[in-house]
Design a protein around this ligand. Structure first.
Ligand code: 6PG
Length: 462
């Protein structure tokens, strides 16, 4: 009889291949399936022929033999783009799988789809797990950060192999954990990506400010200095490498790339989620907006205005302080969003554990993330920790200077501005929201809280 394999992978795109290689490397036998239509005709045959020495690997272009090649209860990982393609596939799998088989959706699916999909499969007692994976191709191959949602009983059934293939933290613990009920794995990944967008945009804005008086090599050197300290991060390292890359004509690769930033959805979903649950995730929202603003290059070229620049360059110490401050606020906003969602959706998330599994494998791994584990064990709202609060008070002047410099040089700093506005708002006893309440009451009779009488009322404005 043919030997049955331990794990099935559906979808042999870049991430599917990398995850398969990771599993095989850990001596876990794998069956892979990919459709063989049009451009994907040779995906399986090519992959199998490049790995023909590996006996633990089988490839299929038909679902039934793929399913039959797996040990029961089957564990099948979906590595597919978010959307309809997954629902179509689940319909076919629903006819072929049986009681207790488990499907693990490891793509960047919308968290709201998890419950719907699980309900659909549960009629045939097929189990469904939503799973966020971070780390890109390299992470998937060498060890990603893994965020699991769904029933704890299902998590227990799959955790040993997921922990084996995941990244390890500083204490050699797996960067893989159960987040909460259905949808929570994809939810946490979505907010992870919102933070990722913020981090990327903050680096990009810092780059724009430096670019006025520094060349790419000098900027890479400045970032390299920062990256040697406790402020290092994967994204900063990636940016240093990008800034240094040149083609054969000695042109920076960066200068050959159209400056229109695209996205695949998770950053927008994360931003919307903050708006939906009234969380202050302004940095991720601003980073999506900055991408949107970049989109119409042709129009920007037509409306291009030449503006004066200052003779003086930005003070590097103060720039670094502002960068550190904005990053702390970006992470704080993301984690506060998660906390609010966790209590709203009853997920009972352990917030410092989420930081822990993002310290390796993840695109947003950094020294700050390691520090956040310690801080959030003290208080999940890090701004309430005296030392953090005092540190940000000291850095406030740096972010002010940055915004002034950006204004003088007409450089858009969407995320830095959001960080600054957030900071001065949360540290202001009085805001103008009483005027907003008055306006709402004036034209819409919406009512307000009378602070003198401590009661809710309407005023007869007219
Ligand atoms: C990760 C990344 C990854 C994400 C890309 C693309 O953690 O590995 O978040 O999952 O898909 O970064 O995102 P955008 O195309 O939306 O920028």
């Amino acid at each position: 009889m043919n030997k049955l394999n331990s794990i099935g992978i559906i979808g042999l795109g870049v991430m599917g291949k990398a995850l398969t290689e990771n599993l095989l490397e850990k001596k876990i036998s794998v069956s892979v399936y990919n459709r063989s239509t049009n451009k994907e005709k040779h995906v399986i045959s090519n992959f199998i022929s490049t790995n023909k020495h590996i006996t633990d690997l089988k490839g299929f272009t038909k679902l039934l033999p793929f399913i039959k090649s797996l040990k029961q209860p089957r564990k099948i990982i979906l590595m597919l783009p978010a959307g309809k393609i997954i629902d179509t596939l689940l319909k076919s799998l629903n006819d072929l799988l049986i009681n207790n088989d488990i499907i693990i959706d490891c793509g960047n699916s919308n968290y709201k789809d998890a419950k719907k999909r699980s309900d659909f499969l549960s009629k045939n007692k097929i189990e469904f797990i939503d799973c966020g994976i971070s780390g890109g191709q390299e992470g998937a191959k060498k060890g990603p950060s893994i965020m699991i949602g769904g029933k704890k009983t299902n998590y227990i059934k799959i955790k040993s192999f997921l922990k084996t293939i995941s990244a390890k933290d500083n204490n050699n613990l797996s960067c893989c954990a159960h987040m909460g009920g259905l949808g929570s794995g994809h939810y946490v990944k979505m907010i992870h990506n919102g933070i990722e967008y913020g981090e990327m945009q903050l680096i990009a804005e810092t780059f724009s400010l430096l670019k006025i008086h520094h060349n790419y090599n000098q900027i890479a050197n400045i970032f390299e200095e920062w990256n040697k300290t406790e402020h290092s991060s994967f994204l900063l390292k990636a940016t240093i490498n990008i800034l240094r890359k040149k083609n054969n004509e000695n042109t920076h690769i960066l200068d050959t790339i159209l400056d229109e930033a695209k996205s695949k959805g998770t950053g927008v979903w994360a931003s919307k989620e903050g708006l939906n649950i009234a969380s202050s995730n302004s940095i991720m929202i601003s980073s999506v907006m900055a991408r949107n603003l970049s989109l119409n290059k042709t129009l920007r070229e037509k409306m291009n205005l030449k503006r004066n620049k200052t003779d003086n360059s930005i003070n590097l110490n103060s720039l670094k302080e502002a960068f550190i401050m904005a990053r702390i606020i970006n992470h704080h906003q993301g984690f506060q969003l998660l906390l609010k969602a966790s209590s709203l959706y009853n997920w009972k998330m352990e917030i410092s554990e989420i930081a822990r599994i993002w310290t390796n494998g993840s695109i947003i791994k950094s020294n700050l993330m390691i520090e956040l584990i310690r801080l959030m064990k003290k208080n999940s709202n890090i701004l309430k920790i005296n030392s953090v609060f005092k540190d940000l008070i000291k850095k406030e002047k740096s972010i002010k200077k940055l915004i002034l410099f950006a204004t003088q040089n007409s450089i858009p700093v969407n995320c830095y501005s959001s960080a600054y506005n957030f900071w001065i708002s949360v540290t202001s006893k009085s805001l103008n929201a009483n005027l907003i309440q008055a306006q709402r009451d004036y034209f819409g009779n919406h009512g307000y809280i009378d602070i003198e009488k401590n009661s809710f009322k309407n005023y007869n404005w007219h």
